[in-house]
Every structure is written in C-alpha cells, then in structure tokens.
Write a protein that binds this ligand. Structure first.
Ligand code: SME
Length: 155
C-alpha cells in the first residue's frame, strides 16, 4: 500500500499540473477538493468554507455528501480555524463540544487556513475522515502546501 507521504506527493504533483495556468480561485478550489477526496479512502468530505464577512463562513467547492451551507461565528471547528488563523486537528470529533456534525460517518477532522499573500484568512479547507485518529502532522504539512497554492498573488 502506498504510504501517506507518497500519496500526498502524487496529489500535489497532479494539482500543480492541473492548476498551472489557472487563476480562478473557485476552479482551483474545485480541483483541490476533487483530487484530495479521491486520493484518500478515509476522506468522506473535502471542501472549502469561505469567509464572506467577519461573521459567517459559506460553503465553497466540495466533494462528499452535502455539507452545512453556512457556519456562523463561534460555531464549529472551521470557524475556530478561521478566527485563530491556525490549523485545527480533531482526531475524535465526538469529544469536541463545538464540532458541527454534518455527517454521522465523520470521526476526525482537519481544517487548514487558506491565506492571501498578506497572511489574511480568506477561506478554510475542511477535511472529514471516517477514521478516528487518522490525521497528523503529515496531513497538516502537506495540506498547508496545497492551501498556499490557492491565493498565490491575489487578494
Ligand atoms: N464539521 C465542521 C462543519 C462542516 S462539515 O464538516 C462539512 C465544523 O465543525 O466546523
């Protein structure tokens, strides 16, 4: 079986190739969601929430069953990631009182900020996993690299 690092390497290469000449953020997000979702069997939801203003996150391109359309301020792991501008890894979501459950199949979750050039959070990449304790520093580091590709020199 291919190791996690190797899978991420392949995913990253594919994403880079596909978005090489693309500067539309939605197209880039859609491609990233698609590639990640299909690369890892335990990922049951991969997608983006965008900060449409300071009080609300709205769903963006995603793969998986339907996700919450909006996440209000102070609710959910995604909002925490956006407000703190910091990766959130929850390896047992049932232990997290503020976790917003979109699917009963989800057991762990990672959320990564997608920042513009100035470091401001514009969106978050949210990944749900069916497996408990399935997310770690490898996911964090690789997904950060992928998220840096979304707003390379745009505002
Ligand atoms: N679990 C997220 C909500 C979004 S769904 O997982 C797709 C959260 O707690 O912010």
């Amino acid at each position: 079986m291919m190791k996690k690092e190797e899978k991420y390497k392949t995913v990253l290469e594919t994403i880079e190739l596909l978005i090489k000449d693309e500067d539309d953020v939605i197209s880039v997000m859609s491609t990233i969601a698609c590639e990640l979702y299909h690369a890892f069997e335990h990922f049951n939801w991969v997608g983006f929430y965008r900060l449409v203003d300071e009080k609300i996150l709205k769903v963006g391109p995603y793969q998986g069953k339907h996700g919450c359309l909006s996440i209000p301020i102070d609710q959910g792991v995604c909002d925490k990631c956006a407000r703190k501008n910091r990766v959130q890894i929850e390896n047992d979501v049932r232990q997290i009182p503020y976790h917003m459950a979109c699917s009963g199949e989800t057991n762990s979750e990672i959320v990564i900020p997608a920042r513009d050039k100035k470091g401001k959070v514009k969106a978050v990449l949210d990944i749900d996993s069916t497996e408990i304790n399935s997310l770690d520093e490898i996911d964090e580091n690789q997904l950060k690299i992928i998220c840096e590709k979304i707003y390379p020199d745009k505002q």
